[in-house]
Design a binder for this molecule. Structure first.
Ligand SMILES: Nc1ncnc2c1ncn2[C@@H]1O[C@H](COP(=O)(O)OP(=O)(O)OP(=O)(O)O)[C@@H](O)[C@H]1O
Length: 217
């Protein structure tokens, strides 16, 4: 599902990420673990093809990302990746259902309302389908962002710090929602986090530890 070898990435300010070797089999989950600034978001963005890799090997769901043009990468991402960003990035003027259907609206594909509503139901917020983000709690907003990421049945679900600022109860709910979705959608899950509770909650996940490079420079 994921194959990384001697991957490096540098921003203008200097090296941000080095991963020697990492492999994830289909159906396995991974945790990218590291302190602030260790390159977790950078690696998630490389895996999603949002950042373009600079050197090394990065194969995601069987595709060597270095072989794709930017246009091909966009199409590949739409078909393969579901992303839950840390800031959720919901559109304030749209309802929960409309936020989930956003990718369909944007690509001109037929929106599958039943699919959006079924996901909201799996995530326990079917009653809030017509609410806008401001009318939802933070936990409910996170569920909408999860449903939006899962809408296209991605092979890989990526979540950036999904438990940041959550108490223990909300943290275990967030993790169980992610694993439930991964199970029902048969997706692999990659979680970027600095939260040891995530490692404890997912004992079968492969852990990739990242070290900050810039701070040491
Ligand atoms: N767009 C950018 N331009 C220059 N440097 C960047 C950029 N984005 C991130 N960096 C730097 O790259 C390093 C890794 O950042 P990244 O956001 O990937 O870390 P992170 O582990 O996700 O951190 P956090 O947990 O705080 O979100 C940091 O030193 C950061 O300052």
């Amino acid at each position: 599902m994921l194959e990384i070898s001697q991957l490096t990435y540098a921003y203008d300010g200097g090296a941000a990420l080095e991963v020697d070797q990492f492999r994830l089999s289909p159906g396995q989950h991974a945790i990218l673990l590291g302190h602030s600034g260790s390159g977790k978001s950078t690696l998630l963005n490389l895996i999603a093809g949002i950042l373009r890799m600079q050197s090394g090997t990065l194969k995601v769901a069987g595709t060597d990302l270095s072989t794709l043009s930017p246009r091909e990468t966009d199409a590949w991402r739409g078909a393969t990746i579901g992303f839950v960003p840390q800031q959720l990035a919901l559109i304030p003027s749209m309802t929960a259902r409309e936020n989930i259907l956003l990718s369909a609206y944007a690509s001109g594909a037929k929106p599958h309302i039943e699919r959006a509503d079924a996901l909201l139901s799996i995530l326990g917020i079917a009653a809030h389908v017509h609410r806008k983000p401001a009318e939802l709690s933070q936990g409910q907003r996170q569920r909408v962002a999860l449903a939006r990421a899962a809408y296209s049945s991605p092979r890989l679900l990526l979540a950036d710090e999904p438990t940041a600022n959550l108490d223990d109860h909300a943290c275990s709910i967030a993790i169980s929602l992610l694993t439930t979705l991964a199970l029902t959608e048969r997706s692999s899950l990659i979680i970027a986090t600095h939260d040891a509770r995530v490692v404890a909650a997912l004992p079968a996940a492969q852990v990739l530890r990242l070290e900050a490079l810039m701070a040491a420079a």
